[in-house]
Write a protein of this length. Structure first.
Length: 407
């Protein structure tokens, strides 16, 4: 059943969140409730005030985002429920904090709400996975990471665990046999228990100290390879792989290999656990404009200002995948949502032939790329629910309508 969207969602300021001296307890955003609504209306723009973070340092030379404004408010699309909805109404009802469209590298529209500004960092949730995937691609291009390598060869601490026999490629495409439930509404699910170890929730009795300790205790429910299943923990393990292959902490690797070459105009951040392990599945926060720059990197074949940041081959592999990846996805429950697509290198690919790539995070975070139309759409939000398949599908319908409208 589709979740109900608010008719006119209140802003963090209207809710009085974190206002007052002292802040009243019923308006205080705390570690035990920051992710849920309405607290996320404030917390997603203030993640560094809640959870320890490491900086991903901006470039000394910012790449331009020249304007090319087009009025999009009248763009309309038909929702999955058969309702004709204008884009401006949809953005309002889906608690949009920021919305930016690039066409040919130029800004068609840039809109902000809920107190967000061009200089505000916003938590990306699982859009972070696609950042991690591109960083893995850069290390692969440099010969420092082999996607076909066994995980135990990169992380010896995994010897004797359920990850024996699994490869880096299976992390990238989420085809390991790892048993891990991703039900955000069940406080006893694996994802909720893991967040206690990662510092995203108050630590409970028996919670592990850090990510690596946690993953060593996981079990399998099938053989590695053969079936796609979306599990955030695999991206966090991929983050450790990236650090081991690159020989440095994730934030510093991202700074040097991606963020500075990208021409980012602001620092990004990533949350870290008690052991300093980065939350690479969802802990990245950045400005909307820098999220658009990240999308433009892929649209332009991995090149920024004449420099090849990530190879065109890696981008093309993400779009096309191989037979094993496509077959594993076709056997999964997700195939009904994306019958023409797959999941590769930490990106959803809803339609490979059309060249659509999608990075998506809970509570309404999206980076939608149309490689053929050369359009990138970045949207950050604070929805009142973590995930709704129909609401996500309506976002894709809205994005497709925007691409069609601007040609």
């Amino acid at each position: 059943m589709m979740q109900k969207l608010p008719a006119s969602p209140p802003t963090a300021a209207q809710l009085g969140l974190m206002q007052g001296d002292p802040v009243p307890s019923d308006r205080r955003v705390t570690l035990d409730r920051w992710q849920s609504w309405p607290w996320n209306r404030w917390s997603y723009q203030h993640i560094e005030e809640i959870i320890p973070c490491e900086p991903i340092v901006r470039s000394a030379r910012t790449s331009d985002l020249p304007p090319d404004p087009i009025e999009l408010g009248d763009v309309a699309f038909t929702t999955g429920a058969g309702e004709c909805m204008r884009l401006d109404a949809f953005l309002d009802r889906t608690c949009t904090d920021g919305f930016l469209v690039l066409r040919g590298g130029r800004v068609v529209t840039e809109q902000y709400g809920n107190g967000m500004t061009p200089s505000t960092r916003h938590l990306l949730q699982s859009v972070s996975k696609s950042v991690t995937g591109v960083l893995a691609g850069i290390l692969t291009d440099r010969g420092e990471l082999d996607p076909d390598a066994l995980l135990t060869g990169v992380i010896p601490e995994l010897v004797g665990t359920s990850f024996e026999g699994a490869t880096v490629r299976q992390l990238l495409d989420m085809t390991t046999g790892t048993k891990f439930s991703e039900d955000y509404d069940d406080p006893e699910s694996d994802i909720c228990r893991y967040e206690g170890a990662a510092g995203w929730r108050p630590r409970g009795p028996g919670d592990d100290d850090d990510l690596l300790q946690y993953v060593r205790g996981l079990r399998n429910h099938r053989e590695h390879g053969g079936l796609f299943e979306y599990r955030s923990i695999l991206t966090d393990l991929l983050g450790i792989v990236v650090e081991r292959a690159g020989g440095d902490r994730f934030a510093r690797l991202t700074t040097g290999l991606l963020w500075a070459p990208l021409g980012a105009e602001a620092d990004a951040t990533i949350t870290v656990d008690r052991g300093g392990n980065p939350m690479t599945d969802g802990g990245v926060a950045m400005t909307l404009r820098d999220l658009a720059r990240f999308g433009r990197l892929l649209l332009e074949g991995g090149v920024v200002s004449g420099r090849q940041v990530v190879s065109k081959d890696w981008i093309e592999d993400t779009r096309r995948a191989d037979e094993a990846c496509r077959a594993a996805f076709a056997r999964s429950d997700s195939a009904s949502r994306y019958p023409k697509g797959h999941y590769r290198n930490q990106w959803w690919v809803p339609d490979a032939e059309a060249g659509i790539l999608l990075a998506a995070g809970i509570y309404g975070q999206f980076l939608y790329l149309d490689l053929q139309a050369q359009v990138a759409i970045a949207k950050v939000s604070t929805l009142p629910f973590a995930l709704d398949i129909e609401v996500s599908a309506d976002h894709r319908r809205a994005f497709a309508a925007v691409v069609e409208a601007i040609g």
